[in-house]
Design a protein around this ligand. Structure first.
Ligand code: GUN
Ligand code: ZN
Length: 438
């Protein structure tokens, strides 16, 4: 008989919600356990189900964290945001291009200083965790130091994060300009240093087509082919002035998206931010290639960029997720991001049920990143990244959720009225990484 001490099981009692399919295309997409139990072992999900069914399976004396009255679900996944833009969130400018010139580039200049980069990375990750976001796809700056600072801070908290050094070798201030070869060499070194080290994942990150030469885009595509399990992230078709600029810079391309396609940058694990001004062929190509769209509603409202077309994207079966795009976005909260996504859909004449929005912010994002089974739901063996949402966290939320007749109404109230205050606690790989003081 083995003398091995049985691994410690952590147990959490609450209402449980998670997804195993997209509610837009499946009637039975979610699992809901009103009185549920989540079991975690060695930082992974062991089981999620009804309390009555699972409690008797626990070793006698196992403590059960009592979150009754609250809702446990997988941590949110934010598929597009910029950690160096934390300190310039809510900076006014008449549109994307002037905003980049007047605020973004001067702010990003400071990230050549590792001390500054570290301090901002620490704050940024704490803010994400306060908002219940446990995974994000993050842009650093052109400086290698900014990537090291980010992954060091992420490793300290044992978070599953994807990030990368911005590639930018033209149409930017000298102080932020790399070279085609230098940028790719740095990226490759950073891949070898950080990709799949602990829970860190590397994303090859050309900022957007206007700030990379053809040589740099080509080399980025070659790097992405050489390292097929890395991520790719960039911006596409965000703003009309930007689209016109791309047309003038790449006159031979069929579309803005086609620029990236022609350099081998469309594949699975490629995350395209915004995707507002895509046409039908672009959407079809996104779906065919396995590239995914990160929908950034607070940013697109703030910068006046436009409205994402959920109906067209769904018709083409493009992989979708929601993203804050901080600091173009105006909130770190994925609940607030859902609030604005809902309004985008309404302005386009369509409708986003709350259950779909919570899917997009969890399993939808995990699928977009080809990480289903690792994060995004409570499948046995998935990493135990989860949040505890409190439907009574503000007087108004308590009043409204006290009058909800369905799960859809409850989730809708949380999405429309909730923010960081609704996040009672955040767990990453089974460890508590945030608790809201009561
Ligand atoms: N396009 C190129 N760079 C950026 C950026 O930093 N933010 C946004 N929203 N769009 C971009
Ligand atoms: Zn962005």
């Amino acid at each position: 008989m083995s003398n091995a001490i049985p691994a410690q099981v952590q147990a959490y009692r609450a209402s449980l919600l998670h997804f195993h399919a997209d509610p837009a295309f499946s009637e039975q997409a979610h699992a809901w356990h009103e009185d549920g139990l989540l079991l975690v072992e060695d930082g992974k999900v062991r089981a999620a189900g009804d309390f009555a069914a699972l409690a008797p399976t626990l070793p006698p004396g196992t403590p059960v964290a009592d979150y009754r009255g609250k809702l446990i679900m997988p941590g949110f996944i934010d598929t597009h945001l910029h950690f160096p833009q934390t300190d310039m969130i809510a900076s006014p400018a008449p549109g994307l291009l002037p905003w980049l010139e007047s605020y973004t580039f001067p702010t990003e200049r400071q990230f050549g200083d590792p001390v500054h980069a570290r301090e901002v990375a620490e704050f940024f990750l704490d803010e994400l965790l306060r908002c219940g976001t446990t995974t994000a796809m993050v842009y650093c700056t052109v400086h290698r130091e900014s990537v090291d600072a980010f992954f060091e801070a992420s490793s300290k908290r044992n978070l599953r994060m994807a990030a990368g050094k911005i590639l930018m070798d033209r149409h930017c201030p000298d102080f932020l300009c790399d070279t085609a070869e230098g940028g790719i060499r740095d990226s490759e070194e950073l891949i070898n240093k950080w990709h799949n080290k602990g829970r860190n994942l590397y994303a090859i990150t050309p900022r957007f087509a206007p700030t990379s030469t053809e040589a740099q885009l080509r080399m980025a595509g070659e790097l992405a082919t050489a390292y097929p399990d890395t991520f790719i992230q960039t911006h596409v078709s965000e703003n009309p002035d930007e689209c016109a600029w791309v047309k003038s810079l790449f006159p031979g391309a069929r579309s803005y998206l086609d620029v990236y396609d022609s350099f081998g940058l469309m594949r699975e694990r490629a995350m395209y931010g915004h995707c507002i001004w895509l046409d039908d062929r672009d959407f079809a190509r996104m779906a065919e290639s396995g590239a995914a769209a990160a929908v950034c509603p607070t940013s697109n409202f703030f910068l006046g960029s436009g409205l994402f077309d959920f109906e067209k994207a769904d018709a083409a079966r493009v992989a979708l997720s929601l993203a804050t795009d901080v600091g173009g976005g105006t909130s770190f909260s994925m609940l607030q991001t859902m609030n604005e996504a809902y309004k985008v859909a309404r302005l386009k004449g369509s409708y986003l049920p709350a259950v779909r929005m919570f899917y997009l912010a969890t399993l939808g994002a995990a699928r977009s990143m080809q990480l289903e089974g690792t994060i995004g739901n409570f499948a046995p063996g998935a990493e135990a990244d989860f949040i505890v949402l409190d439907p009574q966290s503000t007087p108004l939320l308590a009043r409204r959720t006290g009058r909800c007749d369905s799960l859809e109404e409850l989730l809708f109230a949380l999405a429309l009225l909730g923010d960081d205050r609704a996040v009672k606690a955040t767990y990453a790989a089974g460890n508590k990484v945030h608790e809201r003081p009561s």
